[in-house]
Ligand binder design. Structure first.
Ligand code: MRU
Length: 341
């Protein structure tokens, strides 16, 4: 089943808050329900948010008068600030609506969905090719990842986890090491669930075990996704990613960002300009609904961090491999001719 899809005039998505206990489906008929699903991470991950944004516009313009639709669409666009794909998905479908009406908005949303499916396939191929080049002669790989960058973060296959899935299906995955990803456990709940579905070998670690795991030589490559990639290559991703990059640099382990071209935001010059979502202290002071800190504790809960470009070996998109270790940047390395301009 696809993570998110358009079925009989509405959005159907897997409720990721219910995993790994149950696979529960949400049928979304109104943008307000979609905004709620996005805010509580029932649907999450940059590419899936892009599809949700575009389909949300299609839903709004079908069901609401134009003025009311534009208001709810503005709320949808702002539901989460860090992943550029949400705003981009909204903008693409809204522009199609302004040009061609509700049917055009839906066509655009379905294209965002289909493009994501194709992009993930391309990233899996490109990512495994790059690993071959960076780690010649290494037939089976131990890779480390954080958060969830799999099918659940996209539509059918993932970005960084899509590369890991391909390694596994090519019988080249020695082991995946998965950071649990506090506070909401996307690694433990979602990535471990996906790897188990695939029958892939994996170990789960607490986030703070990652640096020593990398530095003691237990990892051949770190693969992560991205929520926004700035023009200079600085990359926002799930909180904890920066620590992985620092450890990988110290251990000379390749650190790869795998994300679709739609996550590259050339209007953002560098990581400093990326807004980091703060999700509030409640998620930090509780664990699975149980209070874990004294009453009155104040907590910080940045959901993302920014890894500077100089700690990233390469960014793999569906269209290119940007070799940051060779001073390429997203802004300066042109797209292949058919995509330029
Ligand atoms: O808060 P989340 O779960 O939406 O954060 C998701 C991530 O940080 C992912 O790594 C990123 O969106 C890439 S998903 C292919």
């Amino acid at each position: 089943m696809r993570t998110i899809d358009w079925i009989s005039g509405h959005i159907r998505l897997i409720d990721q808050t219910a995993l790994p206990a149950t696979v529960t489906v949400l049928d979304i008929h109104a943008v307000e329900e979609l905004v709620d699903a996005i805010k509580r991470l029932a649907v999450r991950g940059a590419p899936a948010l892009g599809v949700a944004g575009a389909m949300g516009v299609a839903l709004a313009v079908r069901n609401l008068p134009a003025e009311r639709a534009r208001e709810t669409i503005a709320t949808l666009r702002a539901a989460r600030p860090t992943a550029v794909n949400l705003a981009l998905g909204v903008d693409v479908a809204l522009a199609a609506f302004e040009r061609g009406g509700a049917d055009a908005a839906l066509d655009a949303a379905l294209r965002v969905r289909d493009d994501d499916i194709a992009a993930c396939r391309a990233m899996a191929r490109r990512g495994t090719d790059l690993l071959d080049r960076l780690l010649p002669g290494r037939s089976r790989l131990r890779v480390l990842t954080i958060c969830n960058t799999g099918a659940l973060a996209s539509v059918e296959h993932g970005t960084a986890l899509g590369v890991i899935e391909k390694l596994h299906s090519d019988d080249r995955l020695d082991r995946a090491v998965v950071c649990e990803t506090r506070p909401l456990l996307q690694g433990a709940r979602l990535t471990a669930w996906e790897l188990r579905q695939m029958g892939a070998p994996y170990d789960l670690i607490v986030d703070s075990a990652a640096p020593i795991t990398i530095i003691r030589g237990g990892i051949d490559a770190v693969l992560v996704g991205a929520d926004r990639i700035a023009a200079n290559g600085d990359t926002a991703n799930k909180i904890g990613t920066l620590g992985l990059a620092l450890a990988a640099a110290r251990a000379s382990v390749p650190f790869l960002v795998v994300a679709p071209e739609t996550t590259v935001d050339l209007r953002t010059p560098s990581g400093e300009a990326i807004e980091i979502e703060d999700r509030g202290g409640a998620e930090v002071c509780t664990f699975h609904g149980v209070q874990t800190a004294p009453d009155g504790t104040t907590a910080r809960n940045p959901a993302f961090d920014v890894t500077p470009a100089d700690l990233i070996t390469a960014i793999v998109t569906d269209q290119r491999t940007i070799d940051l270790s060779d001073n390429e940047t997203p802004a300066h390395r042109p797209l292949p001719a058919q995509h330029a301009g």
